[in-house]
Write a protein of this length. Sequence first.
Length: 332
Amino acid sequence: MADVAAMAGVSSQTVSRVANNRSNVEEETRQRVLSAMRVLGYRPNTAARALVTGQFRTLGLISFGLGNFGNARTVDAITRVAQRAGYTVNMIAIESQTERAVHEAFDQLTLQAVDGIVLIEAQILDTPALRLPPGVPVVMADGDASHRHAMVDTDQALGAKLITRHLLGLGHETVWHVAGPEDSYAARRRAEAWHTTLKEAKAAVPQVLFGDWSAASGYAAGRVLAERPGVTAVFAANDQMALGVMRAMIKAGRRIPEDVSIAGFDDIDEAEYLSPPLTTVRQDFDVVAERIVSLMIGQIETGTAPSATSFITPELIVRESTGAPPPKSPTP
């Protein structure tokens, strides 16, 4: 550190502030110190720093179902935001949501000396007997707001309401729904909001069809819906299932949107390049991640554990896959 300070023309305290990513250093000075670090091959001693600060500047991340688009994007965004804040991320992906699996993941992460743990879509926390190990700050992403831990999520209900109102506003008498898995918080919130919005509009509430977030499950549901001539609007709970519904409708000879309008949720990168481009709800995963990391760092630095709940506003993206319903055949 003394060598770096001498080369950069600053004090050892300034080098320490840069190494610990403190904000009270002018940018020109910070860059000079970083340049000296690179030239000299200096690496901060994280163990020594932890002894002084009590922090390892490492976050633990437990994800349930990493194959899910939303979960994968959330993990990616949290990792990038944490790195910008000077934190590394250690992640464990769990396929089976059991009490034992959660405790084993916590044990592994705490042995790696993490400062806090983020859980993504942890339905297991609904288990009344489950208690997370104490002493580690926790923030939940896409969780149940009734828990005592801080939670951040896209406003799933608002997104579903926007989609359903959009389709009703185009003149459709009702909207059919292909929901995600019944044990998913996001799927439940979207389905409940779809149901409530139809009831408020005094529209008929069709039977829900369930999928598993995959295009294949959307295709299976789409084949069922394609056999019902009265289906003119479908809201799929994610874009992959919407893609499957579109494929089933086209294969059955139903035109999109002339015969049936289809909308999704997430706004995957491919959504605007589908044929036709897909109407959907955009989730801002970067904003979700920024709020999660901010809450986590706040807990780490203050030692308090707020039970704050933050909902990030989604955006309706209207494209060519939705339109007015087909004209009704004249009554003979």
